[in-house]
Design a binder for this molecule. Structure first.
Ligand SMILES: Nc1nc2c(ncn2[C@@H]2O[C@@H]3COP(=O)(O)O[C@H]4[C@@H](O)[C@H](n5cnc6c(=O)[nH]c(N)nc65)O[C@@H]4COP(=O)(O)O[C@H]3[C@H]2O)c(=O)[nH]1
Length: 699
């Protein structure tokens, strides 16, 4: 009885154990008789009760195979097991509905020699899916263009894809197991800590840009996203980093930044950056109550060099100027090139205006030292306008404007000097702007025309020529003096069209006088430096001659000494060319410019015009007399004709005759006249005019 009880007890334990396993279990004998099974096995397939009642494995198998993708293979494998009774065998099969079972068959020998087959079935659908997902994921990670790095919470690298190898230069075998610090430059450690704290709290970062070290500590600009890595229980066990190389983008970004803020030629801050710095400097100066100085520096006659020697030389000269300026001021001061030959300097923290004056003097001195550019030794001067914060302006615009106005005033006073801003200058500048504005339309409105002043031979009174002088008849201001509008026209470039207009008009007029009035003299036309240095200047002259039909010998171009002296090679070429065409050249305002006289021998000059400032003081002033005597003597020995300008009195004419000056021009004979008046003057003139003064219509 006790034995029976023990047996029943053991069977119950066994049954409980079979029911408690996670697999579906079926036990058969070697011929397929079902010995036992658990409920899980029944549920897994699921097997109807009537089939189980047959108690034969073969009957059940047919039903089961019908649910599978490959029933044949299933049945074959089972048959083989019954045939071979292999101690252990595995198989995996797939249901038509996508589920996957793993099957294990074990052949067990019972006490005695009887054997049983234990079939266990496990649903591995989820595990399979997980495995395939992982495999896909691994393939994606591996083929990603972005570097993907995985690290654990101690900062040890545990994952490293092909793109990471490419970007950082480490093979995965050499870097996995190393600390992430290998990749982080010391100045980025704090950033890394801050970000890792975020990630540890479960947050994913947005893209951030940073620098990492590649192999050999090569800096790489990267954009990074960091996400926490969690285990299946949701605990954070590390972090994954996706890094993208942005070196190229950074470089182009930096280049764009540079271009937006720096002058490409000189490397100096450009207007935008300078204005920014100035704004900040003004804020500081207003907070801490100190002064600033803004120096507007313009290179005198730089354009002349640029046009005559070419832009390549001009560029080198500007670079040299930039270097000199930068090395003259303190590091904290800002030098900027606004464009062309205009520079500005911001002096931060000055106490008195004298400090700014001292810097201006230094700059002027430094810039006027000779420059050796290739084979050329070049000379430049600079004009500097100074505005002081807060005295001459409280904001960027007014300080800039006022320094600019002051610079123009310095230029007007003879260049190579500095000028502080004062309010009078602004009204002058406003006036200048208005003048320029009106001048732009003056030509189209026919307000610009030449007037003519005769030139006479002193000994005989013969009219040898006539000088064309530009006039502007302004609708409101009346007749505007060329002295006030020619500098404006030169600065704005308008002189080119105005000058050409006067040249053409004068040539046409002279031709007409030759034909209709029997006038045989030359027509003298003033040429501004800006006109003369134009590459096509000689073409303009030849065109005017060709269009008017005037013979070249009848045209005289009046150039000032400075035009000739600054002209260097191209001026010589132009002058020789003009001379070769028979055109005459005169030096205007002689005696007021350069003291070097050697150029007189060098250039093809026909006439010297003694400036009227010397004539004015005749016949009393002994210095003026000495200069005129010397000029006449020099002209004679060089074979040049000498003409005195601004002769107003008979006494002056008398003296000039006594020193054998060749020709003269001035109010004594006639003021500049409109063509009709000049014609009347010519007709009405007495053959011997000496001692008489002709009353002519004023221009
Ligand atoms: N006090 C006094 N002055 C006399 C006398 N005789 C002539 N003048 C003035 O002296 C100036 C002589 O011209 P400039 O030295 O070439 O000096 C000229 C010349 O440099 C420039 N200019 C005039 N016309 C032109 C032009 O068509 N083109 C260019 N580029 N410059 C011109 O403007 C300057 C001034 O011209 P204007 O006002 O016409 O002044 C003229 C003339 O009117 C006199 O007896 N007494």
């Amino acid at each position: 009885m006790k034995k029976e009880f023990e047996l029943n007890y053991s069977l119950s334990v066994l049954k409980a154990a079979i029911e408690a396993t996670v697999d579906g279990l079926l036990v058969t004998d070697r011929r397929g008789k079902v010995l036992c099974y658990n409920q899980l096995y029944v549920n897994m397939w699921p097997i109807p009760g009537e089939l189980l009642a047959h108690a034969r494995h073969q009957a059940i198998l047919g039903y089961c195979a019908g649910q599978l993708r490959d029933p044949e293979q299933f049945l074959r494998s089972i048959e083989e097991i019954y045939a071979t009774l292999a101690p252990e065998s595995f198989n995996v099969f797939e249901f038509r509905n996508g589920r996957v079972f793993e099957r294990c068959a074990k052949v067990k020998t019972l006490e005695g020699s009887d054997i049983v087959l234990v079939w266990s079935f496990r649903d591995i659908t989820e595990r399979r899916q997980g495995e395939s997902y992982k495999a896909q994921l691994a393939a994606i990670v591996e083929s990603s263009n972005d570097a993907i790095i995985v690290k654990d919470l101690n900062g040890i690298i545990t994952g490293w894809n092909a793109a990471a190898e490419e970007l950082f230069g480490y093979r995965s075998g050499e870097i996995i197991g190393s600390s992430i610090l290998t990749l982080i430059p010391p100045d980025r450690l704090e950033e890394e800590d801050r970000i890792m704290n975020l990630v540890k709290s479960g947050k994913r970062t947005d893209h951030f840009e940073t620098v990492r070290w590649g192999k050999g500590k090569k800096s790489i600009d990267v954009s990074v996203t960091i996400s926490p890595v969690k285990d299946s229980a949701g605990n954070i066990i590390g972090a994954s980093k996706i890094a993208r190389d942005i070196t190229q983008r950074k470089e182009s970004q930096e280049r764009i930044e540079y271009l937006a803020h720096y002058d490409l030629l000189t490397g100096l801050p450009n207007r935008a950056l300078f204005t920014d710095r100035m704004r900040i400097a003004i804020e500081n100066a207003s907070r801490y109550a100190f002064r600033l100085a803004l120096l507007f520096v313009d290179l005198d006659r730089f354009k002349l060099i640029n046009d005559s020697l070419g832009h390549a030389i001009g560029d080198k000269l500007l670079k040299a100027v930039a270097e000199r300026m930068q090395s003259t001021v303190r590091q904290a001061d800002t030098v900027s090139r606004l464009g062309g030959d205009e520079f500005v300097v911001l002096l931060g923290r000055i106490h008195t205006a004298t400090e700014a004056a001292r810097v201006a003097e230094k700059l002027i001195a430094v810039l006027s030292q000779p420059y050796q550019i290739e084979q050329h030794e070049l000379l430049l001067t600079a004009s500097v306008g100074i505005s002081i914060y807060p005295d001459s302006g409280k904001d960027v615009n007014s300080l800039m404007r006022n320094a600019d106005v002051s610079m123009y005033s310095a230029k007007g006073q003879g260049r190579n000097r500095y000028q502080f801003y004062s309010e009078d200058l602004t009204s002058g500048a406003d006036e200048r702007l208005r003048l320029e504005y009106d001048l732009r339309s003056a030509l189209a409105r026919d307000e610009i025309f030449p007037v003519y002043q005769p030139q006479l031979e002193l000994a005989t009174g013969r009219v040898v020529g006539v000088e064309a002088l530009m006039r502007w008849k302004h609708p409101e201001r009346g007749l505007v003096s060329p002295a006030s509008f020619i500098p404006v026209a030169e600065d704005s470039g308008l002189i080119l069209s105005l000058g050409e207009h006067i040249l053409r008009e004068s040539c046409l007029q002279a031709r007409q006088w030759h034909e209709q009035q029997g006038f045989e003299g030359t027509i003298a036309v003033n040429v501004s430096a800006v006109q003369f240095r134009q590459n096509d200047f000689t073409d303009v002259v030849l065109r005017a001659l060709a269009d008017s039909g005037l013979s070249p010998e009848c045209l005289e171009l009046e150039l000032t000494e400075s035009v000739v002296m600054h002209g260097v090679e191209s001026a010589t070429q132009k002058m020789c060319f003009l001379e070769s065409r028979g055109i005459k050249l005169a030096i205007d305002d002689f005696g007021t410019g350069y003291s070097s006289l050697s150029y007189l021998r060098q250039f093809a000059i026909d006439r010297l015009k003694i400036d009227r400032s010397f004539v004015r003081d005749l016949p009393q002033d002994t210095d003026a007399k000495a200069i005129i005597r010397a000029t006449v003597a020099m002209g004679r020995s060089l074979g040049l004709r000498v003409m005195a300008e601004g002769v107003e009195t008979e006494g002056q004419a008398e003296y000039l005759r006594s020193v054998q000056c060749d020709e003269s021009q001035g109010y004594l004979y006639a003021r500049p006249m409109r063509p009709d008046d000049f014609e009347a003057w010519l007709k009405g003139r007495k053959p011997d005019f000496r001692g008489s003064r002709y009353q002519m219509a004023q221009s």
